[in-house]
Design a protein around this ligand. Structure first.
Ligand code: MV4
Length: 448
């Protein structure tokens, strides 16, 4: 096994990876910006290297500084965490060129899945259902009109280099097509430096359901069931749960096995997530995430698999220690993402924690780097804690989450805890009756 791993990230996920390393007897190297000097993951790490000023672009995204930090500390592998460089094929390549192991998939898989048109083509080839739409990029209005004739309106124009919803435009009928095309293309060019767009039938009210997969370098692939991430606002997930309240046992087994087989054909290794839209009993592939995900803990809670530990073992060349038959889904899990922001306006709220007390008790997990006296820096993502509950049933999770949110004390800054308390009392959420539209629709009603 590796003796020393460099963790190329910050915040709660850096701490999550540090914890897995220590349990495996692996030393850790933290990298940090000047703004994160006093972070919990930096304090706990065996070694720490300051790699730059606060802005992400000159610290956590600065590849040469990170490679140098690995070199001078003698780390053998780099875990990129989530966000930042985690899906950057050039970084993975650079890591390997320097004789280090990238704890993630191959650069080719990162590159292919990062290009959404290529990803969709591959998805089709490996047997996944995709949203009806253009065969590749659309390059003219004439072509777009032909595609729309076959799919019907409304259609959605998406950026080839996109993901996360940027550069998407809806056209409700042919008269809206020309503007939607040029707006999507211009936005894509500005955001990604790539004006390429493709087209799909627009699904009006789907759920976001994703399948967690794990694959070793010897061709063994296991799926770990789904997560329902439909409770979101502006492409930011707010609450995730596993299993999805919308799926039958049969649907779960079918989409899990279909995804498992497809990933086998793909020749992929590491952990990964296949994202689907689910509407009227049908699944449509939209993207594949080639990294560990923020919401991975709910899958860990219902399967007992330590995803970070397995990811590290896989990177080192170990075979999976379990097969599909060994996976038993147990109970239900819900995660509330707690952000340093105003619960109604969503305005970021960095600053010093005057008071901190995390909830505890049976079935509670808190993945957070917070401590009393810590200052949440203003430079990064506002995620400060993930409150995760596990229970025998969904209802037990709902009761447990309300109880745990009530115990949680984060003093001195605004947090989204009150928003979560509110959501956990909404009849639609209690009934599992929500789609990707629910939260934004519901908040507009509140603001009328
Ligand atoms: C869609 C869609 C409806 N129809 N594609 C948003 C980001 C990217 N991952 C794909 N996205 C969507 N693609 C078709 N054909 C609606 C969305 C979408 C969405 C998807 C998943 C989770 C949240 C979302 C929020 C708004 C739109």
């Amino acid at each position: 096994m590796f003796d020393k791993i460099l963790i190329a990230n910050r915040g709660e996920i850096a701490l999550r990876i540090h914890r897995a390393c220590k349990e495996m007897g692996i030393d850790t190297v933290a990298i940090h910006s000047t703004a994160d000097h006093d972070a919990m993951n930096v304090r706990l790490a065996d070694e720490a290297v300051c790699i730059g000023p606060p802005a992400g672009g000159v610290s956590y995204l600065h590849m040469p500084a990170i490679i140098s930090a690995a070199d001078i500390t003698g780390a053998q592998a780099v875990h990129p965490g989530v966000g930042f460089l985690s899906e950057n094929a050039n970084f993975a390549e650079m890591v390997e060129t320097h004789g280090l192991t990238f704890i993630g998939p191959s650069p080719d898989h990162l590159r292919n899945m990062g290009d959404k048109v290529t990803a969709k083509k591959i998805a089709q080839e490996i047997g996944l259902p995709v949203v009806p739409g253009s065969a590749g990029e659309v390059t003219s209005l004439k072509e777009a009109k032909e595609v729309a004739k076959s799919t019907g309106y409304p259609v959605l124009i998406k950026a080839t280099a996109g993901g996360g919803g940027r550069g998407m435009k809806i056209a409700n009928d042919e008269s809206e097509l020309e503007d939607a095309l040029s707006m999507a293309s211009n936005e894509a060019k500005a955001a990604f430096g790539n004006a390429g767009v493709y087209m799909e039938k627009y699904l009006g009210n789907p759920r976001h359901i994703e399948i967690q997969i794990i694959a070793d370098k010897h061709g063994n692939v296991v799926h770990l069931g789904e997560r329902d991430c439909s409770m979101q606002r502006r492409h930011q997930k707010v609450i995730e749960e596993a299993p999805s309240p919308a799926l039958s046992v049969k649907e779960r087994e079918e989409i899990g096995e279909l995804t498992r087989k497809a990933i086998e054909r793909l020749g992929y290794h590491s952990v990964g997530t296949v994202e689907y839209l689910y509407e009227n009993g049908e699944f449509f592939f939209i993207e594949m995430n080639t990294r560990l995900q923020v919401e991975h803990p709910i899958t860990e809670m219902i399967t007992g698999v330590d995803l970070v530990r397995e990811q590290i073992r896989i990177a080192h060349g170990h075979k999976l220690s379990f097969t599909q038959k060994d996976i038993r889904f147990s109970g239900h899990s819900i995660e509330c993402r707690i952000n340093a922001e105003h619960p109604e306006t969503f305005v970021p709220s960095p600053g010093k924690l005057q008071e901190y007390h995390a909830p505890g008790g049976l079935g509670i997990r808190v993945d957070s780097h917070l401590y009393s006296g810590y200052s949440v820096p203003p430079h990064y993502d506002s995620l400060i804690s993930k409150l995760i509950v596990h229970g025998k049933t969904r209802n037990e999770c709902l009761m447990r989450m309300r109880r745990a949110l009530g115990e949680y004390v984060i003093g001195g800054i605004n947090t989204s805890i009150p928003l979560h308390q509110h959501l956990l009392h909404q009849p639609d959420f209690i009934n599992g009756d929500y789609s990707i539209k629910w939260l934004e629709t519901h908040m507009e009603e509140n603001n009328k």
